[in-house]
Design a protein around this ligand. Sequence first.
Ligand SMILES: [Zn+2]
Ligand SMILES: [Zn+2]
Length: 706
Amino acid sequence: MTCLERLLPEIQVTLPDGTRRSFSAGTTPLQVGESISPRLAAACFAAKVDGRMVDVYVPLAGDAKVELVTDRSPEAIDIYRHSCAHLMANAVKELFPEAKIAIGPTIEDGFYYDFDRAVPFAAEELETIEKRMAEIIARDTPIRREEMPWEEAKALFDGEHEPYKSELAFERGQHEPVSIYRQGAFNDFCRGPHLPSTGKIKAGTFKLLSVAGAYWKGDEHNKMLQRIYATAFLSKKDLEEHLRRLEEAKLRDHRKLGRELKLFHIDEDVGPGLILWTPAGSIVRQELQTFISDELRKQGYFQVFTPHIGKLTLYKTSGHFPYYKDSQFPAIVAPESLAEALASDCSCAELMHRVEGVSARLANSLNDRAGREVIGPDQVLPDEKLLDGFLLKPMNCPHHIKVFDSQPHSYRDLPVRLAEFGTVYRWEQSGELNGMTRVRGFTQDDAHLFCTEDQVGAEVRGCLSLVKTIFGTLGLADYRVRVGLRDPDSKKYTGTADNWDKAEDACRDAARTLGVPFTEEPGEAAFYGPKIDFIIKDVIGREWQLGTVQVDYNLPIRFDLTYTGADNAPHRPVMIHRAPFGSMERFVGILIEHFKGAFPLWLAPEQIRLLPIADRHVAYCQTVARDLSDAGLRVTVDARTEKTGYKIREAQLQKVPYMLVVGDREQEGSCVSMRTRTGGDKGVLPLETFKMLALERAGARSLELD
Ligand SMILES: [Zn+2]
Ligand SMILES: [Zn+2]
């Protein structure tokens, strides 16, 4: 040891495996990595020092626990993508110096960056940007963090005429110390961490995907910026796999297939987010509803029908109005109330206030029953001030509660299970709307169960077994459930701790009986009860959240529901809300993508298409069609004078399960020549044999055709 080394103070570094090593003060995490192995150092993206993420070249301040974040760490991909975002902005600034940089975060599967530029980026420009990114990688420019007072960061971005960065430096600087990252002449306002140099990004691992408009800070009153979406993966292979999945997702897009297969239509005049079910799509929906209804009946449910609107008082009692008014269509003011308001020259704001008000009587009874203030005094209006009105129903529950409450119940009647394919309306922002999966009007596969405390477990299990049956029939084998539990530290929950424990155990046990993976998520329950959510994975690995099963202690209190117990005293029932498939719109949208439009026979709008080879076979085909149709199958005849090969291809494109080709031989022998949309020519078989096969497959709701 030289005397100089002895002069430097030493620090103790604890590695994840618990070993401790001494280093001289000022050692960086990268040097710690080098002391272990050069390979490890080369794979180093960042480091966790005492649990905090830092850049690899930042010297350690003293004794510390150091964990190196390499390309194998779960945090690696985010650092990589964020560094790619800076790289992209750097390339844009070199190519288009007039573009102003805004923000560039990572997102699922990639990242984006927003730029203020007069015109959107063209497709060729994205290619040019990608090429420039590769050049900056080749330069292997160091990426360096610099901390500074916010005033200095703001001055730096002001000097660079970067108003968005300057604004961010000012805003963030009020709360925390700020940092910038420099790579060559490019500076970004950023928390980090980042890769230590541009050369750490591998060419061919990122791809610029698309351009979209986006408001600064997501606020429509702000300027519209140009957002470039991109994706990046740690290896070229992973990127290619992802791009292949994106391609496949495009082919499966339910909006595209919905148009091609004429399954549904959205018309601007009817309104965005409002689905028109065309005849073909309606068949799919009807078949699904019949199937679900059959299963519900087997489980002791009763079907009900309720109107699409209800009085405001109903939703004031349930709490759906006015608390959730931002996600609902505005109230419909009753004609006489509107006339009264007009006659009294009431302002619009006052009108709304009078519509949203609650009578003292209702407020008092709700507060009494809840044992706390659920309606504040500011919401209470004198009766003569209240205006009457209706709401397009945002939920079916209040209607079902009124059905339940229309008769007295004894404990012997419970559980009461009321099911409805109930249509509800929600106000979604227009930017959020998406085909059938995000809409403003939808029909839930809804049901409400009214039961005793002791029945909650069995009822939740019943709900889950139904889901299992239906997923199984549709071949949705890959799904998981999430059990939302209460946050043990919070006091916001309705219902006793004892009841909650029981209900949570019931949800957990029920989830276990499914035999699929499930997670427990404390704090994810609603204030009124625990819940179970279903998430399915489709054939290309995408996850879709479907519906939920939810225990509720709150609404029975709000609506003062009771049943007579064995002790002859009134008791409070527990409610279970369940809409496991979410809505028919969303579910069918997901099924279109899952099946790529090729529905199983029982759901296919057109199950069989007869293809006469020549005009002289048309009459026989029509007789066959009538026979099959009488047997309950959906069948058409393609009598056009096109080549048979052309007709077959078209039927295949339209995903018709069975094609029956008929020529002289078939006609003479009362036979058909069968083809399936996937398996090609299946040979000639007697008409009766085919009919039995098709009926058997459809009746069994089979996924197989032959
Ligand atoms: Zn950044
Ligand atoms: Zn409900």
